[in-house]
Design a protein around this ligand. Structure first.
Ligand code: NAP
Length: 268
């Protein structure tokens, strides 16, 4: 059976890459709808041409509701407000949802969890296989190195990114904090300036860089007296995220309602 996929934010950076990733995915998946804002000047444009692939016969539409009956799974990489509205519609219609958008507040996260109680949702701050492997390595490093090290998370992204620190950096912090039995909301330090005093070992620091066209760099440093371990991931193309999200869409179709993540998809 072929899984019919819709993409919201189809003309965005990730949207166009997702169109290409679906075209490369083989027979099990096909692009069935491409959705943009109702006021987009690109409505009616051919989604395949938008992604630089040549025509695929799918025209960009301005409303998810218009095409919801044509899809089995929606992939959404947009902004929190749009994702929340799309999640409510998917929950109402029983459509599976892959969420790549980042930057949700705790209240917004709770609304996504409510949607996942009635329809399958796969949400990940980072859909690349390499980053999900890094989550495992970070868990292992934190457990082995324990309270003997200072832990710092560094991330760098392109100048257009609107949230900070990145969702991936926060997920890395969560993995490390949870391995050490710490509450990230209590121990996280977001940037330092002025007379900060000496470092408290319990804290987990975050440093953010925004510059040029960096697709996504993350490094977690575990620094002890006399040595340090660094776990680094560098994305050089958005295709790493898009391929993972498309794999998640195929995996999610037909599953029971629930909130899943990329670790579930990869069987980690
Ligand atoms: P982008 O290029 O700005 O694309 C966002 C798309 O969403 C655009 O097409 C935009 O349309 C559309 N959009 C914005 N507001 C909307 C609204 N209210 N209703 C409907 N559509 C709306 O951004 P991007 O780089 O693709 O990133 C999108 C999201 O994915 C971000 O949250 C980013 O952090 C996240 N991301 C996640 C991963 C992962 O692996 N999880 C990887 C990369 C990026 P306009 O251009 O008309 O505003």
């Amino acid at each position: 059976m072929t899984t019919r996929v819709g993409i919201t934010g189809a003309a965005g950076r990730m949207g166009r890459t997702l169109i290409e990733a679906i075209a490369m995915a083989g027979d099990g998946l096909k692009l069935a709808a491409a959705i943009e804002r109702p006021e987009s000047s690109l409505l009616g444009a051919d989604a395949g041409e938008l992604a630089g692939l040549g025509s695929n016969g799918i025209a960009l539409v301005g409303s998810l509701e218009e095409v919801i009956g044509d899809i089995d799974v929606l992939i959404d990489f947009t902004v929190p407000a749009a994702t929340l509205a799309n999640a409510a519609l998917c929950a109402r219609e029983g459509i599976a949802l892959v969420i790549g958008t980042t930057g949700f507040t705790a209240d917004e996260q709770a609304r996504l969890e409510a949607a996942a109680a009635v329809t399958p949702v796969c949400k990940a701050s980072n859909f690349s296989t390499g980053v999900n492997l890094c989550f495992k390595l970070l868990d292992m490093a934190a457990r082995v190195l324990g309270d003997e090290v200072d832990i710092e998370v560094y991330e760098a992204h392109h100048r257009h990114k609107i949230d900070a620190p990145s969702g991936t950096a926060l997920s890395m912090g969560e993995v490390v904090a949870s391995a050490l039995g710490r509450d990230l909301s209590r121990v996280a330090v977001y940037g330092r300036e002025g007379q900060t005093g000496p470092r408290d070992r319990e804290t987990i620091g975050f440093a953010t860089v925004r510059a040029g066209d960096i697709v996504g760099d993350h490094t977690v440093t575990f620094a002890a007296e006399g040595e340090r371990v660094e776990i680094t991931h560098k994305a050089s193309s958005r295709m790493s995220f898009a391929r993972g999200a498309v794999r998640a869409a195929g995996w999610l179709a037909g599953r029971d309602a629930g909130l899943y993540d990329m670790q579930d998809v990869l069987g980690l």
